[in-house]
Ligand binder design. Structure first.
Ligand code: PBG
Ligand code: ZN
Length: 328
């Protein structure tokens, strides 16, 4: 055998195996998506998302306390309004008494060191369930949409959010939000994480159940990217960098590892997030329940592939599990 044939000498031990990755998973890489509803005492199982619930603000202390103790560093909040009047402009999104703003204030008080990101979108709050404001013919009306998204972002930042993350995919919203932050003197106080390359995916199903955000007509294909669209994804990433995004995100994650890798090359000086979305999480669970693989092994394999592709931050419903599984 040739000297150049031998590789196994380099990874014969668990420690030398761990050195083979450029970076390792750590607890601080995980951001936990949580659903906050407007019944303050709610703790309601979401059947399509194993282990996840819709929480009321009065439950946050007992829900998050043990996780913070285990090393939870960040959450991303999704509002699930069930008892409010939805309208064409998504008025309940930044209702000061609504679940997101109430939750931001509560978490800041309860857990001052926990980093709070807020998803910014209108679909949970509009009567039609689309992510922006519409023309009368049902198409997206971009200009008022980005102004409304900027307004909501400012109100989340004013309430104490450390980060806003627009997931709507309207053109020009990153620039509009950054400008609104500058005008409100918030630009250096709140991070802007852009869902830059967000694809029109079949993997959002359990989330739309959980958040009640399915569109009442049509689909999101005129704003979320076509799954084949590598070029559009690259252009969206570059556009959002120029428009002032502090963090770039790719979503979903596992079927789009090539896009994560492209983003790492296009935006080498930005943190790079990816979202292991509800359907990916449900798939990993379903496969494990069917005996296809071991749950923990597969949870590691999927998220480690994201880190290998270049992600520095992972939004995942597995976050509480990783707090148990990881040492640091
Ligand atoms: C809202 C939004 C969605 C997700 C995050 N923000 C759903 C969608 O775009 O339809 C999906 C997250 C998940 O599936 O876990 N725009
Ligand atoms: Zn939306």
């Amino acid at each position: 055998m040739d000297i150049s044939s031998i590789l196994q000498g380099g990874y014969q031990h668990p420690l030398s195996r761990s050195w083979q990755g450029r970076r390792q998973l750590t607890k601080s890489m995980f951001m936990y998506p949580i659903f906050i509803t407007d019944d303050p005492d709610a703790s309601v199982v979401i059947s399509s998302l194993p282990g996840q619930r819709r929480w009321g603000v009065n439950q946050l202390e007992s829900f998050l306390g043990p996780l913070v103790k285990k090393g939870l560093k960040s959450v991303i909040l999704f509002g699930v309004p069930l008892n409010c009047e939805k309208d064409g402009r998504g008025t309940p999104a930044d209702d000061p008494s609504g679940p997101v703003i109430q939750a931001i204030k509560k978490i800041r008080l309860l857990f001052p060191s926990l980093y709070i990101a807020c998803d910014v979108c209108l679909c949970e709050y509009t009567s039609h369930g689309h992510c922006g404001l519409l023309h009368t013919d049902g198409t997206i009306n971009t200009k008022p949409s980005v102004l409304r998204l900027a307004e909501v972002s400012v109100n989340y930042a004013k309430a104490g959010a450390h980060c806003v993350a627009p997931s709507d995919m309207m053109d020009g919203r990153i620039k509009a939000i950054k400008q609104a932050f500058i005008d409100a003197d918030l630009a250096s106080k709140c991070t802007l994480m852009s869902y830059s390359a967000k694809f029109a995916s079949a993997l959002y199903g359990p989330f739309r159940d959980a958040a009640g955000s399915a569109p009442s007509f049509g689909d999101r294909k005129c704003y979320q990217l076509p799954p084949t669209a590598k070029g559009l994804a690259r252009r969206a990433i570059q556009r959002d960098m120029v428009e002032g995004a502090d963090i770039i995100m790719v979503k979903p994650a596992l079927p789009y590892l090539d896009i994560i890798s492209d983003a790492a090359q296009l935006a080498p000086d930005h943190p790079l997030a990816c979202y292991q979305v509800s359907g990916e999480f449900a798939m990993v669970h379903a496969g494990a329940a069917a005996g296809v693989y071991d749950l923990k092994t597969m949870a590691f394999e999927t998220t480690e592939s994201m880190v290998r592709a270049g992600a520095t931050l992972i939004l995942s419903y597995f976050t509480p599990d990783f707090l148990d599984w990881l040492e640091m």
